[in-house]
Design a binder for this molecule. Structure first.
Ligand code: NAD
Length: 489
């Protein structure tokens, strides 16, 4: 397919009760901002562009609700989160529609994300029974004699959750679920492009029994709403997912607050000469081009043994050319649009830069509006942006290597470290490579693009600070509190 067919325009099937949710009340703030379908620019509705003064009201409301475990005990939190998981599945159609209209996911991708979000809530519910501490060894020091004590895990207080556009439901669930499970209040600032999904999710949480005063959703811009939220003195922890540059700004605005950051990736996959070549090619193509490459786990760089490089590149190109670029609503579509025409233009520009540096475009390269065709590049100069930065678009670089040592060095030669993959039949080699790759997770005989929602998720270097994955987020969103009893004076 060379051009994208024109869309049938229809009104969305769900509208939020109002443009924002401030601690229990659906409200329309003073300013509104439009939400558009990135595919064709059609208007889907309006949400509040939350001002700093309104952010202050929302945060103050959630802070005033407090974190009392008597008012909302763990067993009730578990029940509410379990009920929310079931409701998410029951409202799959609405969530899929909202997500795939305002965001960049195809209906197939959005449907799959609904299941993931329900799973994340279910995992969050399980954690309420695991908020345990332990007794402390006071008698192990002479100064502790006569004392008995323990620590418990207490909620941090108000969690500010800031989320990106690319997984607009599940990444919201990954912050709000653990924050509520741990007993906190949450103020959520969703991505500018995808606020409706977040509001639909908030409606589900309220319907499932989450106390309204524990949750606020403040749509708006990063520079306005996001910055005001992060810098708010009543926010106790900032949980941010987004790009590295924004992460730096968030860290500056947050000051000396607890922060969790899930940032970008520039993920590498190694394909050794004994790999199941065709299976590796298919996994790489799926991992590189899902959600049009707008995925922090996307495969961006492949290092393939020079002994099989020509055949592997041919396999990848064939599988890539079989992908169908098209409208999100069409269930046959494999690759939908980027989140904006501007982003598609940026991706095209990075491809042009690589080409001018001598890269060869094996397939793809063309763009139409917000659509960028899946693109495979070889011979890319080491300093081209598609090699050094996170592309966050449907572009894959393939480079041959002579030795495994060289491949590891090149895979590690990035400032990011989220995930990696290696394909080989030799388990010992795979384990050795896994140990030497400086990333948060290594997938053996799979691409970098694999995650279950229960695993510790995140990476070293520019890929973030701390780990998500429900249990790990709950731990980060609580803090130990010691109680010691002096038995004799
Ligand atoms: P982004 O950094 O542009 O925006 C993320 C969020 O931050 C948005 O809600 C935005 O409004 C807000 N924001 C922007 N400026 C802000 C500021 N000064 N203060 C507070 N908030 C601000 O990211 P994006 O384009 O929405 O998403 C893509 C990025 O997210 C990629 O880099 C991707 O790798 C990363 N990401 C990481 C993970 C992960 O788990 N590691 C998952 C998904 C996406």
């Amino acid at each position: 397919m060379t051009t994208v067919e024109s869309p049938p325009t229809a009104q969305p099937i769900w509208r939020p009760p109002a443009g924002a949710l401030w601690s229990g009340r659906w409200v329309d703030g003073a300013s509104a901002m439009p939400v558009r379908d990135p595919e064709d620019g059609s208007l889907l509705g309006h949400v509040t562009d939350t001002s700093p003064v309104e952010v202050d009201q929302a945060v103050a409301g959630v802070a005033a609700a407090g974190t009392s475990g008597e008012e909302w005990p763990a067993w009730r939190r578990r029940e509410a989160l379990d009920a929310a998981a079931r409701l998410v599945l029951r409202r799959r159609e609405v969530l899929t529609e909202v997500m795939s209209r305002e965001g960049c996911k195809t209906v197939r991708e959005a449907t799959a994300e609904v299941s993931r979000a329900a799973e994340t809530l279910r995992l969050s519910a399980q954690q309420t029974g695991r908020l345990t501490g332990e007794t402390l060894p006071f008698s192990d020091t002479s100064r502790g004699a006569g004392r008995l004590g323990w620590y418990t895990r207490e909620p941090v207080g108000v969690v500010a959750a800031i989320t990106p556009f690319n997984d607009p439901l599940n990444l919201v669930a990954h912050k709000v679920g653990p924050a509520l499970a741990a007993g906190n209040g949450v103020v959520l600032k969703p991505a500018e492009a995808t606020p409706l999904t977040a509001l639909a999710f908030a409606e589900i949480l309220l319907d499932a029994g989450v106390p309204a005063e524990r949750l606020a959703v403040v749509p708006g811009t990063g520079a306005g709403t996001g910055r005001a939220l992060v810098g708010h003195p009543l926010v106790d922890l900032v949980s941010f997912t987004g790009g590295f540059r924004t992460g730096n700004e968030v860290a500056r605005a947050a000051g000396a607050k607890k922060t969790l950051m899930e940032l970008g990736g520039n993920n590498a996959v190694l394909v050794l000469d004994d790999a199941a070549r065709e299976a590796a090619a298919h996994a790489v193509v799926a991992g590189a081009f899902g959600v049009a490459g707008q995925n922090c786990l996307s495969v961006q760089r492949v290092f393939v043994s020079s002994r099989i490089a020509d055949r592997f590149i041919r396999d990848v190109v064939t599988a890539t050319e079989a992908l169908r670029v098209g409208r999100k609503a069409d269930s046959r579509t494999d690759i939908g649009p980027l989140i904006s025409e501007r982003e598609a233009g940026r991706v095209q520009e990075w491809v042009r830069e690589a080409r001018e540096g001598g890269a060869e475009v094996r397939t793809g390269g063309q763009r139409e509006g917000a659509f960028h065709w899946p693109t495979v590049l070889t011979g890319v100069p080491a300093d081209a942006k598609v090699m050094t930065e996170e592309i966050f678009g449907p572009v894959l670089v393939i480079e041959p290597f002579e030795t495994v040592d060289e491949a590891i060095t090149r895979a590690n030669g990035t400032r990011y470290g989220l995930q990696a993959g290696i394909f080989t039949a030799a388990l010992e080699t795979a384990l050795d490579v896994a140990e030497r790759l400086r990333v948060g997770a290594v997938m053996i005989n799979d691409s970098s693009d694999f995650r279950i929602d229960a695993m510790p998720f995140g990476g070293p270097k520019r890929s973030g600070v701390g780990r998500e994955g429900v249990r790990y987020a709950v731990e980060a969103m609580t803090e130990p509190k010691v109680v010691a009893v002096r038995r004799s004076a």
